[in-house]
Design a protein around this ligand. Structure first.
Ligand code: SAM
Length: 334
């Protein structure tokens, strides 16, 4: 049996291991190592780093199995290390950069204050996240890259596991750049799309749809989902939206979707669905971030989503499990 302090020391060590990963991500070490092994001096020169300091970070990364030593003071990427490159399909570099981003780091470090006062210390200092992102273009780019990386496996799973054959128009409410919508449109050639998001987000979304050759099948619309969302879609998607808001705001968003949708419309909610049991779950880690960053942001169980949907004019029909703890909740208007 492990020592009672084992999990605690492991979590404390996790901060150092994460900081080593954040350094690797920020300095683009994995991109520089992509073509093969380099000496610490060579890598430091390419990454603009101080070699003796980088050597210590590489030792920590080697202990984590992210790089491995090959000969005297030379390192190469392992299979895990390659996922830290920026140019691979399942790259986690942007996820590491997002958690290390100065506002997010502040939010996590100030979680005790947030819990003591019941209000996000991050929001108190920087304002609501989406305003902070609008005011900080560098952070906004990191956030976009992170959401894209996160959405990629979800997008594939949604397109594969949900039957869109009867749908005519799908509205991706607060769809970000539109990765999920693009994947669904590609898999369903007769479907049309409307991507809806805040004004500062839609230019990148329009550009992304053009880059995918989908501009003729997808309208890009800006607006505020607390006011209204585009009318007459028959499938509405809310992906990673409701967990940013408390129940009162969630109900406002859902009611706006309910009143905009066609009579035979369907709502899809893609979120982490927390298990009822007391077991480790990636959604519980995500919930700490929601607690730290948003006033009222929260992950929810299936039963909690069911209540939220009922109060907003929907009935939960089914939950389709996706990857990485996420579920696709289908709800029908009542
Ligand atoms: C967590 S991201 C999810 C993006 C996308 N659905 C996905 O799964 O990748 C939340 C999105 O909500 C958008 N958003 C925030 N407040 C909004 C508002 N009041 N009206 C419309 N969109 C909003 C943000 O710009 C952001 O793109």
């Amino acid at each position: 049996m492990s020592h009672p302090t084992g999990p605690i020391w492991d979590a404390i060590g996790g901060i150092s291991r994460f900081a080593a990963l954040a350094t690797m991500a920020e300095l683009r070490c994995a991109d520089e190592l992509a073509a093969g092994p380099l000496s610490t001096e060579e890598l430091a020169a390419r990454c603009g780093a101080h070699a003796p300091s980088l050597r210590r970070v590489l030792r920590e990364l080697a202990s984590m199995g992210v790089v491995r030593p090959v000969g005297e003071d030379r390192f190469e990427l392992t299979e895990h290390g390659h996922t830290m490159r920026s140019d691979v399909p399942d790259s986690v570099r942007s996820a590491v950069r997002m958690i290390a981003e100065k506002g997010f780091w502040y939010a996590m470090g100030n979680l005790p204050t947030t819990v003591r006062q019941g209000r996000s210390a991050f929001a108190e200092k920087f304002g609501p996240l989406y305003r902070y992102l609008a005011d900080n273009p560098d952070s906004s780019r990191i956030f976009d890259d992170y959401m894209t990386a996160r959405a990629t496996p979800f997008a594939r799973a949604v397109a594969e596991r949900y039957d869109f054959s009867a749908a005519r128009t799908m509205v991706d409410v607060a769809g970000g750049k539109g990765h999920i919508l693009a994947e669904v449109l590609r898999a369903n050639p007769r479907l049309r799309g409307i991507l809806f998001d805040l004004e500062h987000v839609v230019p990148a979304a329009a550009e992304f749809m053009r880059s995918q050759g989908l501009e003729d099948r997808c309208e890009v619309v800006s607006g505020d989902f607390f006011r209204e969302v585009p009318q007459d879609g028959d499938v509405y998607l809310l992906a990673s939206i409701l967990h940013n808001w408390d129940d009162a705001d969630g109900i406002r968003i859902l009611r706006n979707v309910r009143s905009a949708m066609a009579r035979d419309g369907r709502l899809l909610v893609l979120e982490m669905v927390l298990p009822d049991e007391d077991v480790p779950h990636v959604g519980k880690d995500m919930d700490m971030r929601m607690l730290a960053i948003f006033d009222g942001g929260t992950e929810r169980t299936r039963a909690e989503y069911s209540v939220l949907l009922e109060k907003s004019g929907f009935t939960l029909a089914q939950v389709i499990p996706l990857t990485a703890g996420a579920g696709l909740i289908e709800a029908l208007p009542h």
